[in-house]
Design a protein around this ligand. Structure first.
Ligand code: ADP
Length: 492
């Protein structure tokens, strides 16, 4: 990599690169070197206001005149462009975020699928005719909500832009994107690439900035019709208050503390491989992490022993090396949080089975060892609070009733997984687990076609699938009177 600092001094509004009002730059740290590797313009409330107005102008202007099929064609083009630029984008994302290159490359290639899926769906957004009364014609129209503000997190930047841009634009909205201040670089590239996809100016606007300034002013702005947010639930609460100003539509995808349940009748080899990956992927910086592993008591000892052996083989390393399994945390703050929870786990009396510190071979970088605590109490902080790091809490259980109760006894409800060959048990758990996405004999197979989102503090609304498309529309009811009779006149 060149040691020169990557510079993106302008923000993208109305199809043009403009100077941010503050003139300031956000410094982005490479989590391997702990040094500034990129600088990105910092937008404030004045820039947000200009961007929202540009988005609104595009919404009422050229974008409205595009047919849904034409919108789909540009989204398709955007998918192609992502694929053409996947290697370069993955390189930038890895430097900004620390996730291994092979993972960022895979994520970016998959992100193209979101554009393809919603490209195809754009001209299939339909209302209904309703058999309401023989003397009337009643129907619904699905209309775009208007200007969407997208506030995205730092753990999977390009995926999170794609999950929001593609359905929002397919439904005919325009968008203002406020990327996370920790990883703003690829948002600037997305802005640039969107120009080649042929969207009219103002349909996509990108305004990096800090959450409390740029994010909050986007959430408050009276001309923004919807906020689509991914991040912490406490931030969602603050956005919800800001968004109340004009009763914005909101969709929130927040954190999780997912139960991953291994019954004694499961295919244990498969379950082991998946449990391992689901707990440590992306250095644990994923809201859908299988971070609470429940293992049935009669297989507990053997299963946990094998799992710990596999954890010892996870390669923590340089994210650009192709052999690396997990890279560093994205930020010092997240590293500190993970290390703090490891201390909490020890203080609470859980058994530290493997990991528990920064690997000694690195003198710099936000690296941490994959860590497993066994004999964890489900009521402990280690089991109840989202760490967002590679720290797995393993909890033994005896009966179906016990594990169901423990699995649901948490404030989150994003995903849950279970491994069993008993079909009755599988469907009973699918019905009784309080989470928005249940996986049986697999774990969290996220896909553009499958609605994704949380119960409880894990969120509000759904992303992906047709559910997401509908969430970017308003339903309008139209009733036409077909009768020749005089209306009844109660005032006569
Ligand atoms: P984290 O604390 O792990 O960075 P956040 O939920 O704070 O996670 O960040 C997700 C996104 O929310 C980021 O783009 C961030 O800038 C933004 N954000 C943070 N605070 C606010 C806020 N008060 N209002 C709007 N957006 C915010």
């Amino acid at each position: 990599m060149s040691t020169e600092i990557q510079s993106y001094p302008k923000i993208f509004i109305g199809g043009e690169w403009v100077q941010p009002h503050s003139g300031r730059l956000i410094k982005s740290i490479n989590p391997v070197t702990e040094e500034v590797w990129a600088e990105v313009a910092e937008a404030d409330e004045i820039d947000i206001d200009i961007a929202v107005k540009a988005a609104r102008e595009a919404f009422y202007g050229p974008w409205r005149r595009w047919t849904a099929t034409e919108r789909g064609a540009s989204l398709r083009k955007m998918g192609d462009i992502l694929l053409e630029n996947a290697e370069r984008l993955a390189f930038l994302e890895t430097n900004d975020n620390g996730k291994p290159y092979r993972d960022t490359l895979g994520e970016i290639k998959r992100s193209a699928e979101w554009f393809y899926y919603y490209a195809g769906a754009a001209d299939k957004i339909q209302g209904e005719t309703i058999p309401n009364n023989p003397d009337s014609l009643a129907y619904t129209r699905r209309e775009p909500v208007g200007v969407v503000g997208a506030i995205t997190p730092w753990n999977s930047p390009i995926s999170m832009y794609s999950w929001k841009i593609a359905p929002a634009l397919a439904a005919g909205n325009t968008i203002v994107i406020k990327p996370a201040e920790l990883t703003p670089v690829t948002s600037m590239e997305i802005a640039r690439l969107s120009q080649d996809a042929g969207f009219p100016p103002g349909v996509i606007n990108v305004v990096p900035g800090y959450g409390k300034v740029a994010g909050s002013s986007l959430a408050k702005h009276p001309l923004v019709n919807k906020i689509a947010f991914t991040g912490e639930y406490s931030t969602a609460q603050s956005i919800m208050k800001d968004a109340a100003v004009n009763l914005k539509r909101v969709s929130f995808e927040c954190g999780g503390k997912a139960p991953h349940i291994i019954f004694d009748d499961a295919d244990l080899d498969k379950a082991l491989t998946v449990a391992l990956h689901s707990a440590f992927r992306s250095t644990g910086q994923s809201c859908s992490l299988g971070s609470r592993l429940f293992v049935q008591r009669n297989i507990y000892k053997e299963f946990v022993k094998k799992l710990i052996n596999r954890v010892r083989q996870i390669r923590v390393g340089m994210p650009l090396d192709k052999d690396t399994h997990i890279g560093p945390h994205t930020s010092k703050a997240q590293l500190d949080k993970t290390l703090q929870y490891i201390e909490i786990g020890k203080e609470e009396g859980a058994h530290l089975a493997v990991g528990g510190k920064q690997p000694e071979e690195f003198t710099r970088g936000y690296f941490v060892e994959p860590t497993v605590f066994t004999e964890v109490d489900n009521q402990s902080r280690l089991a109840q609070e989202e760490i967002f790091g590679p720290v797995l809490a393993i909890i033994p259980f005896d009966t179906d009733e016990d594990v169901l109760q423990m699995a649901n006894n948490v404030q989150y409800g994003l995903v849950a997984g279970l491994w069993t060959k008993d079909i009755k048990r599988a469907h009973k758990f699918a019905a009784d687990l309080e989470a928005g996405f249940i996986s049986i004999n697999t774990y969290r197979p996220i896909h553009w076609t499958l609605p994704y989102g949380g119960y409880k503090l894990s969120g509000y609304g759904r992303e992906n699938g047709l559910e997401a498309l509908h969430a970017y529309t308003e339903v309008k009811t139209v009733v036409v009177n077909l009768s020749d009779e005089l209306p009844s006149d109660p005032f006569k």
